[in-house]
Design a binder for this molecule. Structure first.
Ligand code: PEP
Ligand code: MG
Length: 537
């Protein structure tokens, strides 16, 4: 048994098999090989493994999605065994004395370029299939897995790093825990792990040999144990079961009010990244949604989500929440949340750069599409709109002006919408210091403690090296929160917290004493926070 310690970002235990996550773009290096026949054997062996994978996927697809949809995997098997394809790979290995990975990738590129130029639609469409099979082969040759779809059981996902855009696309039902080498506890990938209610540990030197081995991920200690001894496995299994029991106890708080012993009610909402997170909000008895990070709709997509696509997403969430409040934050793209199709230039300081509301006000056509979708969806539930990264009253007035224009447009078109509440995120020191003026312009504030901590302490939330001093309990952050609550109330706005700090039960009493109105937390923290509030006098 081998044990490594990293930094935990979600306290829970998972036991399962290691799955090494391979980024989609396998960069292949050209390497010289002396023994070409041996290299061809290596390729043949990889082909056998890849064909086995495809056969398993095909059988599974047959059962789950029917023969027509499964047929594509049969085509993949045929292509992988195609004489021309195999001959080309062997020829490149022999003639150029290169590694199999390089020969496969080159053949894949050549064949897919050839298919792409064909007149026939069907043949042209095969270009993507050739790319797919060559990537599968390269992954097998590199000793990495790529296809979560072929997994029969949930796994512990290990990777060097995971971008938020990759994390949102993973099949969450198949992941027991995340273990990564890089990342920081306030990154969006960490936030996603908390939303998914799974243990996650960062700072572990993930090794290829761990693939397929049994691992225990202990989110309480930050320990990752490979090939655990039977005794340790037994102890940790019992600990995991005790955890489940604790969760069961918390379930007794479902249906109860989030209220202190002397009757102070706190609105306890949830943070979500998309439609599929609503189920866990309802399971955990969330009283509303305090932060819908709408940018994940953009991250999941290969192109700008259309008004209709966005409308459907917001409408579904509003309807599923059945009249409970749903606060949708407008697009907060940029910094660690990068989307290729936005074509954002590389910046030295992206966290302080062209992002969030700055993009929306600079490219109002993107903003208007989102506002139209939101207003249309407002007719189906209780939607509020929130603007991120605000630094001035001017920005708020501009947002409200555009919102009013979009409303007028919808009215003229005879499309129904409601008079939604409008709020802003308080996550910059500038907004803290003008919160009294801002409070007069909006219905509510939601304090984004993740960014507020980053900007107040001048600590990049993505920088794992600074995790040890990235202290959201810093008096400067806590005093900012106090100021915002007081000023918001003076201006007539209610005030909540939607940053990760809102779920920190060691501070629940402090926030309640400061006069907080709402806390919005990852779904799995709803019941622990309700428990903490109900214990207060
Ligand atoms: C925050 O900054 O606290 C926040 C809630 O927004 P995000 O984490 O998405 O930046
Ligand atoms: Mg933020």
């Amino acid at each position: 048994m081998e044990q490594y310690t990293g930094k935990s970002i979600f306290k829970k235990i998972a036991i399962g098999r290691v799955y090494l996550y391979q980024k989609k773009e396998n960069s292949v290096r050209r390497e010289h090989v002396e023994d070409v026949e041996q290299e061809i054997k290596r390729f043949e062996a990889a082909k056998t493994v890849a064909l086995g994978q495809l056969e398993r996927i095909y059988q599974k697809a047959l059962k789950e999605v029917g023969e027509d949809n499964a047929a594509v995997f049969e085509v993949h098997m045929m292509m992988m065994d195609d004489e021309g394809f195999v001959d080309s790979i062997c020829h490149i290995i022999r003639e150029q004395k290169v590694n199999a990975e390089y020969a496969v990738a080159t053949t894949g590129d050549n064949f897919s370029a050839m298919f792409a130029q064909m007149d026939d639609d069907y043949m042209r469409a095969r270009a993507a299939d050739v790319k797919d099979i060559s990537e599968r082969l390269v992954s097998v040759l590199c000793g990495r897995e790529t296809d979560m779809g072929s997994l029969d059981e949930p796994v512990v996902l290990m990777a060097d790093d995971l971008a938020p855009s990759e994390t949102v696309q993973l099949d969450k039902a198949k992941i027991l825990a995340f273990v990564t080498r890089h990342g920081s506890s306030n990154s969006h990938t960490a936030i996603l792990a908390r939303t998914m209610n799974i243990p996650a540990i960062i700072g572990i030197d993930v090794q290829d040999e761990w693939k397929g081995k049994t691992v225990i991920v202990d989110g309480y200690t930050g320990n990752v144990t490979i090939d655990p001894d039977p005794e340790y496995l037994k102890t940790m299994t019992e600990k995991m079961q005790a955890d489940v029991k604790k969760q069961e106890l918390l379930k007794e708080l479902k249906g109860k009010e989030t209220v202190t012993k002397n009757g102070r009610k706190i609105h306890l909402y949830a943070n979500i990244g998309g439609v599929k997170d609503v189920a866990s909000v309802l399971q955990n008895d969330g009283e509303g949604i305090g932060l819908f990070r709408s940018e994940f709709l953009y991250l999941e997509s290969d192109d700008f989500p259309t008004e209709e696509e966005q409308f459907q997403a917001y409408k579904t969430v509003a309807e599923n929440m059945a009249g409970k409040k749903v606060i949708v934050r407008t697009l907060d793209i940029g910094a660690d949340k990068q989307v290729d199709y936005f074509g954002l230039a590389k910046e030295d300081n992206p966290a302080m750069g062209y992002r969030a509301i700055r993009i929306c006000l600079d490219q109002p056509e993107i903003f208007r599409t989102q506002l139209r979708a939101l207003l249309r969806a407002s007719a189906y539930g209780n939607i509020s709109i929130m603007f991120p990264m605000i630094i001035s009253v001017q920005e708020v007035l501009e947002c409200k002006r555009i919102l009013a224009e979009v409303k007028a447009e919808l009215k003229a078109e005879g499309i129904a919408y409601k008079d939604v509440e409008v709020g802003i995120m308080i996550e910059t020191p500038a907004s803290v210091w003008i919160s009294e003026e801002l409070g007069r312009e909006v219905d509510f504030f939601s304090i984004g403690t993740n960014d507020l901590t980053q900007y107040t302490l001048a600590i990049d939330r993505q920088n794992a090296k600074l995790d040890n001093i990235n202290d959201p309990h810093h008096p400067a952050v806590l005093r900012s929160i106090q100021t915002v609550i007081e000023n918001g109330h003076k201006g007539g706005a209610w005030v909540g917290i939607c940053g990760e700090l809102g779920a920190d039960t060691t501070l629940t009493e402090t926030f309640v004493n400061m006069g907080i109105d709402e806390l919005s937390v990852s779904p799995s923290f709803i019941l622990p926070v309700r428990d903490a509030v109900r214990k207060l006098d």
